[in-house]
Ligand binder design. Sequence first.
Ligand SMILES: C[S@@+](CC[C@H](N)C(=O)[O-])C[C@H]1O[C@@H](n2cnc3c(N)ncnc32)[C@H](O)[C@@H]1O
Length: 260
Amino acid sequence: MARTARFTGLASGAHAMQTFPNVYSVAASPTWAPPEASEDQKAMDELRRAVLKEDWAMNFEEGLTKIQMRAEWSASKDRSALLQWLVKSRHAKRVLEIGSFCGVGSLAIAEVLGGEGELISLELDPFVVNFGRRFGGPRLRRVQTMMGPAIDSLTRLCAAKGTRPFDLVIIDADKEGMCDYFQMLWKTPGLLAPNAVVAVDMTPFKGQPPLRFVKFGFPYRCETSSGEQQIRELRSLVQQSADFSSHEFGGLLMVESSKH
Ligand SMILES: C[S@@+](CC[C@H](N)C(=O)[O-])C[C@H]1O[C@@H](n2cnc3c(N)ncnc32)[C@H](O)[C@@H]1O
């Protein structure tokens, strides 16, 4: 007589829902819903969408912005998560962001700063700061923006008496200035907390405005410096110095003092 084996295990092809029944497979059970986004999360998503929809080339053409902005400069979801992890893991209370654009990264940072937390953002262009303020909500109370060229704002911060040290600094503006910002931070006594982290954006072209130029009669052709030379210079400055310990991840070069 032929023997018929009755295999009911998953390996024999049984239906997964029969093998692993769960509450949501029962007809009368509540339907599954994704977790609700927080108000801050909604504000960030709304701002990201508005930045993508905005015609930045037109804004520059009409003289509304000082340089031609690019929508993709805004912090992505991954970058926002990385910034939040940095703030939380370092227990950062005072954060400095050099180059804020419309403030997506600032909002991500402000969301996880504790009650005492404070974020100072340096941004060249008032138009983008005002654009972002329409979406910020109450968290923006923690954000103080210094408008104008970052080197001037940084000079003022360095000279100001009673500036409390920063636990975390994000450098994400023009690549031409990034080595100067980096050096100023580490050379000014008391500007950085002893265990501070300085995270520098190392993405070529990011923050680099297209330069208008006229060549062979094509007035609208533009070129952009990738900033790769400055990126290489900063990377080798950090790697060759015994003063720093560093790690590059997610497009950020994260640097701390090797002496604490
Ligand atoms: C890549 S975006 C910043 C993105 C932002 N950190 C974020 O996470 O959403 C670079 C910003 O730096 C600003 N910027 C460029 N050159 C600057 C300068 N010399 N001083 C201050 N801000 C500058 C630009 O206006 C732009 O808004």
